[in-house]
Design a protein around this ligand. Structure first.
Ligand SMILES: C[S@@+](CC[C@H](N)C(=O)[O-])C[C@H]1O[C@@H](n2cnc3c(N)ncnc32)[C@H](O)[C@@H]1O
Length: 191
């Protein structure tokens, strides 16, 4: 079991390293909030890139590397005033949040410049099912099991709609096929 856990933890860390290289040039470097921490690896990669760093999550795990740096909150209301942060980073977390279309407005409320969003998306129900099951098993085996909400996964079309409805400007996008589904990095500026 320990070998399996280490294998999946290493897999997640490798993925987080790869994505960090792609989005780090877009961190505005002064005051950043990250929503969702997982085991903390990507958060600690981000830390040197910003002067002030706030991490919010609803829980920590036994293997979390930075548990003392995570602010636990109710998962719905971000306990900071409007435009408190230049950059908001949300990595593979939005689909773990119920009513996440309204929650996304909470991210916009506390941000003044930029949202960095990584999400797993799909184009059809078979991809969605594959993504849902893989998300469940990989997170469970890595030791960061989180609630899953079928309705919180975005199709590519829904993700585009979310950007448009919230009047965000897409500065950069990477769309990467992964297994049968898709991983998308979005750099979104507030207008
Ligand atoms: C599968 S992990 C992915 C984290 C990612 N690897 C990272 O570095 O940010 C999803 C995380 O989202 C967290 N989460 C779930 N609901 C949340 C909420 N409402 N607000 C913030 N984090 C939440 C979970 O506790 C978990 O730590």
């Amino acid at each position: 079991m320990q070998v399996t856990k280490t294998h999946f933890k290493n897999y997640i860390e490798q993925q987080e390293n790869d994505w960090f290289e792609k989005f780090s040039p877009y961190i505005t470097r002064s005051n950043t909030i990250k929503v969702g921490n997982g085991l903390g690896h990507s958060s600690e990669l981000i830390r040197p890139y910003t002067q002030r760093f706030t991490i919010l999550d609803v829980q920590t795990f036994p293997l979390t590397v930075n548990a003392d740096k995570v602010e636990i909150y109710d998962g719905i209301h971000i306990p900071y005033p409007n435009k408190s942060f230049d950059t908001c980073i949300c990595i593979f977390t939005l689909h773990h949040i119920p009513n996440n279309r309204s929650y996304f407005k909470e991210l916009i409320r506390v941000t003044s410049k930029r949202i960095i969003l990584l999400e797993e998306t799909y184009d059809n129900v078979f991809q969605k099912l594959h993504l849902y099951l893989r998300d469940w098993i990989v997170n469970l085996r890595a030791g960061q099991s989180s609630d899953l909400h079928w309705k919180s996964y975005f199709s590519r079309r829904e993700l585009n709609k979310l950007i448009k409805e919230n009047n965000l400007t897409e500065v950069h996008r990477i769309t990467k096929k992964h297994k049968s589904y898709i991983k998308e990095l979005l750099i979104l500026d507030l207008n």
